[in-house]
Design a protein around this ligand. Structure first.
Ligand code: GRF
Length: 206
């Protein structure tokens, strides 16, 4: 491999099990083209920040107050610049990023969504609501999707998907756990490596 590793920031809002999957994959040498250099949470006290600390990765809180967008994104951009971040992974990050922000990071922001896009995605589909919607519809297979982020919620190019069976008696909580174990925690590190590799190749061609 030539050139430097892609410098990755992981943006979180909650428990951070997907962040943990990335950290664990990195320590097993499964993200050779990337390095997680920063974790940003929009929620103070998110357990994901404790995971970052345990892994020796700098963790920063950038809170978004009600109604503000520009100021939040300015503060976020400043911290990303300070850490010379090349690529952003949204791992359970619940704050909305504007089209202006995402346009400045083309094919440089990834998101994990807990369904097979284009099912059960877009505005309002987050957390347990996604799994509730899949159960309400009665689909027999769901899964997870990692995609690039653009101005359309959950609408960017798909990088990877993995299917997961829905079983009799599933609740949103049981299904959420199965989708995480069988899809999200496997898919996100793989897709992160793919995207990081693409970026290192792009920068060595320039
Ligand atoms: C995951 O289900 C992810 O797909 C969704 O939010 C959840 C985050 O969980 N976007 P965690 O914070 O990574 O544990």
């Amino acid at each position: 491999m030539t050139g430097a590793k892609t410098r990755i920031a992981v943006l979180v809002s909650g428990g951070g099990t997907n962040l943990q999957a990335l950290v664990d994959a990195q320590s097993r040498g499964e993200i050779p083209h990337g390095e997680i250099v920063l974790v940003v949470s929009n929620k103070a006290g998110a357990y994901a920040l404790t995971r970052a600390e345990k892994a020796g990765i700098p963790g920063v809180v950038v809170e978004k107050k009600k109604g503000e967008q520009q100021d939040f994104e300015d503060r976020l951009s400043a911290i990303l610049q300070e850490y010379r971040v090349d690529m952003i992974v949204l791992a359970g990050f619940l704050a909305i990023l504007s089209g202006d922000f995402t346009a400045r990071w083309p094919r440089r922001i990834l998101n994990i969504h807990p369904s097979l896009i284009p099912s059960f995605c877009g505005e309002g589909f987050y957390g347990l609501r996604v799994h509730q919607a899949a159960l309400d519809y009665g689909v027999k297979v769901t899964g997870a999707t990692v995609h690039y982020v653009n101005e359309i919620p959950d609408g960017g190019e798909i990088i990877a998907q993995k299917a997961v069976d829905i079983l009799p008696g599933d609740t949103p909580e049981i299904l959420q756990r199965r989708v995480m174990e069988q899809a999200e925690w496997i898919l996100l590190p793989r897709a992160t490596e793919l995207a990081a590799k693409e970026l290192t190749e792009r920068s060595t061609q320039q």
